[in-house]
Structure formats: C-alpha cells, structure tokens
Design a protein around this ligand. Sequence first.
Ligand code: FMN
Length: 156
Amino acid sequence: MDSKTLVAYFTKGGASEEYAKVIGETLTENGLAVELCNLAHDIPEVATFDTVVLGTGVRMFRVYRPWKKVLKQKALSNKHLFMFLSSGTAIEDSDKAVEKFLRPLVEKYNLKPKSLVSFPGKIPEKWAKLDGQKETMKPEKAKAWAQEIAHQIQSK
Ligand SMILES: Cc1cc2nc3c(=O)[nH]c(=O)nc-3n(C[C@H](O)[C@H](O)[C@H](O)COP(=O)(O)O)c2cc1C
C-alpha cells in the first residue's frame, strides 16, 4: 500500500501523544505507512501525505497554537483529514468537547474532516481528588477510531 499517513500532534500534558501513538500503531498494524510527528519539534508539510490525522490538547478553552499552523496549510483541503482532541470536557461529554473546541476551527479554516473526535484527557495530579483519582485516559477509544480510519482509507 503506497498511501502515506501523517499522525501529527501537539501536547502539553502527554495525553495527545499517548493517543497519537496508539493511533499510529493501529494504522501501521493495518498496513498503512505512518509517520508520527510531534509538532513541538517539527511542522511538516502535509502536501506529501494522502491521509492526515491531527491531534491536540486544550487548556484554558484554547487548543494549542502550534497545532493551528498545520490547520492553515492549503494542501489540507485535498487530504483525507481526521482530527482528534484530548480534553477535560471529554471525560464527561465528548460530543460537547468536539462542538466547543474543534467545530469552530473546522469552520474557521474551512476544513472537510472525515471524522472529528474527542478523547478524555489527563487530570493534573494537583486537581485530582484525594479519594481515588481514577484513570481518565481511554486508549481503546483511540484504537477503535484508528481501526475505522484504516477501514475507510483501504476501502477507497
Ligand atoms: C492548566 C490547564 C487548563 C485546562 N483547561 C481546560 C479547558 O479549558 N477545557 C478542557 O476541556 N480541558 C482543560 N484542561 C484539561 C486538558 O485538556 C487535559 O489535561 C488534556 O490531557 C490536555 O491534552 P494534552 O495532555 O495532550 O496536553 C486543562 C488542563 C490544564 C492542566
């Protein structure tokens, strides 16, 4: 399979990186050629990829700024685009997180993503309740989403 897939993320607390790695591994297991990119180190040109998976966290009601540098690239318009968010909001309500943080950016940059999702982020330790801070991350959700992506790409 020649199709090249970029999985690029920006993280501050580590959740988006963990999800990006699960997504990258799952796509690779499904036969896609994946390049994983931490946007803190490099802003790649999306033009050389067929499929682009972009993930970010959110803090203080804003997604991370370097992430938006990728959203601005004109070449995104003819890619298979998939976007994910890691957020505190998604621990309770993932649809709400998508509508609040991702949808406005999709409209602003006139993007046509095939799928928009939000996964539960990490709760900083200092905020966690003393009586039983539970694990909030759900890597199995990212895996299931990546399996859907692989299926969509390969049925083209
Ligand atoms: C200082 C701070 C501010 C945050 N603000 C928000 C917020 O406004 N909305 C939200 O849904 N989650 C918020 N969160 C939760 C983060 O979205 C969560 O920690 C997520 O894991 C961030 O992604 P990252 O780990 O990839 O950086 C905040 C977390 C921190 C530490």
